[in-house]
Design a protein around this ligand. Structure first.
Ligand code: G6P
Length: 468
């Protein structure tokens, strides 16, 4: 029996992990025979056999994507259609059938190369929206073992999902899995609500599995967490580096607000800097003017929407700086490149406020990392969007704000900056206790245990089912 993780991106064996999630999945695969399979993440090159590597007890098998694959599957359908659709940004969706065909074709290409490596006893865990049809492609190639799927993004309500012309065909792909996992109860309910509308699908009385044309498909909420001790350790080690000192020099004794995100329209970055400006002009704010440092790591630069966002954010930060700067004060520093995870965690540790205001987010691990990175004796405060999945768990820990309400975000920042030490300590201690209930390890353990648990027998896979 081996564990197999399949994801669009595969971390480079031996490189420092870029995020907490790859640490978690590497952990899930270590200590037994594990395989991580997916795209090699490199520049487009002709399709080929997978390149394999063995590192720290894990096998890595990665495939290249050619130009058409990259354009249609990755840039076009995954990030130009499913990403905006699942985040409820319908006007950013650029549907075209050619891209959709390529999406299916790349899923077949992955299955062609993965299926021969699988045996009946293997447990296969597919990650995220790029690979929804992979399950049925593996079933079509004879794989009968346990097959799970986890969605890292939100799952949209039916009324949003049906904006996708072929929503039903895509949705029916979930029928091939034994277990489908979501970040939050909300996402899970959206899934169940759509499932009930599909012919031949019946929801169980406990609303945790579907009898779907003779197949049993379980589903549940499995909130992704972080490794708190590892995060705290890295953060504490990086508070006195050149980068961290440069940040403190920039703040020059003023309150420091830090955000760190991929440069993505779901992260609410333009609204965020505008809300920060409201704080600067707020007459009720007493004390020194705060400064804001926003790390905005370039992402998906091949998609138009992302290029336009980078320009808008720079313009907005430039305008605010031009309007509010003084000889001894520049309010915003925008860092438009990716920084190592350790540097960002060091920044979090010294920041008075962590500002995490996505307009929609499946979970948002940055929010959790900010809490774990805080010094216990003098912790900072998290200001968190109600529209991030993490807000379900951190409602009593963070100052919750609606990212579209710029005055409300400015109020939240003011509350956070004025919060007395005993209240900061109380919230921080509660935050740590909360995060310990759903660590990264719990996440993969809970998912894989449920995937392996005995279950009602499912009819052997067939792509058509009687009621469909
Ligand atoms: C989100 C998605 C991941 C994706 C990541 C980075 O977190 O859920 O699947 O890998 O963004 O995006 P990229 O397009 O660079 O892989």
């Amino acid at each position: 029996m081996k564990r197999v993780v399949v994801s669009n991106r595969v971390p480079t064996p031996g490189d420092p992990p870029t995020g907490g999630l790859s640490v978690a999945l590497l952990d899930a695969l270590a200590g037994g025979s594990g395989l991580w399979f997916g795209w090699n993440g490199g520049a487009p090159e002709p399709r080929a056999e997978p390149a394999t590597q063995h590192h720290d007890g894990i096998d890595f098998a990665t495939l290249p994507l050619d130009e058409d694959d990259y354009d249609g599957y990755y840039r076009g359908f995954s990030n130009g259609v499913l990403w905006p659709l699942f985040h409820g940004r319908l006007e950013a969706m650029t549907h075209d059938w050619e891209a959709r065909r390529t999406y299916d074709d790349v899923n077949r290409y992955f299955a062609d190369h993965l299926a021969p490596r699988l045996c009946r006893t293997d447990v296969v865990w597919v990650q995220d929206y790029h690979l929804i049809p992979l399950g049925q492609e593996l079933r079509a190639r004879g794989f009968e073992g346990r097959l799970g799927f986890f969605l890292h993004t939100p799952f949209p309500p039916y009324e949003v999902l049906r904006a996708l012309p072929e929503w039903a065909v895509l949705f029916d792909c979930f029928r091939a899995y034994d277990l489908v996992g979501f970040q939050t109860e909300h996402d899970m309910r959206h899934f169940a609500d759509t499932a009930e509308r599909r012919p031949g699908a019946t929801l169980s009385s406990r609303a945790d599995h579907l009898d779907w044309g003779g197949r049993s498909v379980e589903f549940g909420a499995f909130p992704v967490g972080i490794d708190i001790d590892e995060t705290a350790r890295i953060a504490a080690k990086n508070t006195d580096t050149d980068d961290a000192r440069a940040l403190l020099d920039f703040a020059d004794g003023r309150p420091l607000i830090v955000g760190a995100d991929r440069l993505d329209y779901t992260k609410g970055l333009v609204q965020r800097v505008k809300a920060f400006e409201k704080l600067l002009t707020d007459e009720e704010h007493h004390g020194p003017d705060p400064v804001c440092v926003q790390v905005a790591a370039p992402s998906r630069t091949g998609v138009d929407e992302y290029r336009q966002l980078a320009e808008r954010l720079q313009q907005e930060a430039g305008r605010i700086n031009a309007r509010h700067n003084r000889p001894d004060f520049n309010p915003i520093r925008l860092i438009g490149r990716s920084l190592p995870r350790s540097t960002v965690l060091g920044f979090f540790s010294i920041a008075d406020v962590g500002l995490v205001t996505p307009v929609r987010d499946g979970m948002n691990l940055v929010a959790k990392e900010y809490i774990a990175a805080q010094p216990v004796d003098d912790p900072g405060v998290l200001v968190l969007s109600t529209l991030a999945g993490a807000a379900e768990e951190l409602a009593d820990v963070a100052v919750l704000v609606n990212p579209y309400d710029l005055d409300g975000v400015a109020d939240g920042l003011r509350t956070a900056l004025a919060m007395p030490l005993p209240e900061r300590r109380r919230r921080h201690a509660l935050g740590l206790r909360t995060l310990r209930c759903t660590t990264a390890e719990d996440w993969w353990n809970r998912f894989l245990e449920r995937l392996r648990a005995p279950r009602p027998s499912s009819r052997p896979w067939s792509s058509s089912h009687p009621a469909a």
